[in-house]
Design a protein around this ligand. Sequence first.
Ligand code: URA
Length: 436
Amino acid sequence: MRPGVTFEQLIAAKRDAREHSAEEVAHIVAAFTSGDIPDYQMAAWLMAAVLNGLSHDETVALTDAMVRSGRIVDLSAIEGVKVDKHSTGGVADATTLVVAPLVTACGAPVAKMSGRGLGHTGGTLDKLESIPGMRVELTVEQFVEQVQRVGLAVIAQSPDIDPADKRMYALRDVTATVPSIPLIVGSIISKKVASGADAIVLDVKVGSGAFMKTLAEARALASGLERTGEALGKQVHCVITGMDQPLGTAVGNALEVAEAVETLRGHGPADLTEVCLTLAAKMLVLAGRACDEDDGRSRAGQALASGAAVDAFERWVEAQGGDPRVAVDPALLPQSAVTREVRAPRDGWLAATDAESIGRAAMLAGAGRATPDDAIDPAAGLVLDVRIGDRIEKGDRVATVHAATEAHCDPAEAVLSGAFVFAEEPTCPPPLFLEE
Ligand code: URA
């Protein structure tokens, strides 16, 4: 960077839509992470970046600087191409619980660091922790050892990996600077690169329950993720999937684990099974375990049918201290004290659902957090009985709320009753896959 350039000048440059050099971007990230510049200056720069954007080169420089802000996991001792998957987040996305053991059962090692849920979106770690005994706070050494021994580990992000993202995300969350494609790309790709996988399949969600509400936004995010990942030496493959209604029928931590086990046994909901088989096929191709996607799908399908996938799930759960018997007897998962059935107010065809409201209803039942420090109830959530396109008669059950008390069911039921749109005419179900 030119000597004598102040942080204020860097903020002014972005305010005036000028492009930074890679050195300037590296300085911004390093100075913020080390505490040399205060939050208010970083917040001003972030807002300028949201409003004026970052070029591809700036996004790559940002992501690279974020990776280098902390430790980079070395998985080179593990044989083969290590694959990871990531979803940009939505309501009821239990795909990791199915895809990770499925891909492992087909011979590809899966090394994954995950996050917790916030607001209407669920988090893989919360789902895993609903399994009695399951530990997600492993050291990096335990993580690598487990991938070597079991072929699969999913753990919480270690605090010394990508500390820049942790600090920047916390600031973005309270300064209205989350919705920026280059900043989201930097945040997601830096965590993936620092976690050590060689190849990544990214499921970009679009629809009422997702961050990206339109296909155009999802396309721009997918393109940014692929180009930036590849610039940093990773194989990245994006798929854009719909989130106009929750994937599967269960929304809530233990409820989604039970549904994932059903799916691993080959009896899961059709939409969840389809997305999992597709993601698994793509991961197997990237890992060099399948020659093309058809071959990957067929291998993944065989692993479901033969029981190899559910066996891999049991080995994984046991390795992380969890009770593997949940794969045989889901009643061993936490169970809610109260259930309440929600019924259709009228006849009609289900034309649309507000997936974000369904996620919020599950949160109000106790399944999610409004703030990062809130406790969650692992048994709480809801199970849907209807999908877009279904014919429904007045009084049919549309969902069942699971909660600790009747008082938790009341707000969940109130939000849920506004989440279904009925029409006089039949509606086609929305597509699961929008684009690759
Ligand atoms: N998910 C992330 O990990 N980071 C973002 O900025 C947005 C979604």
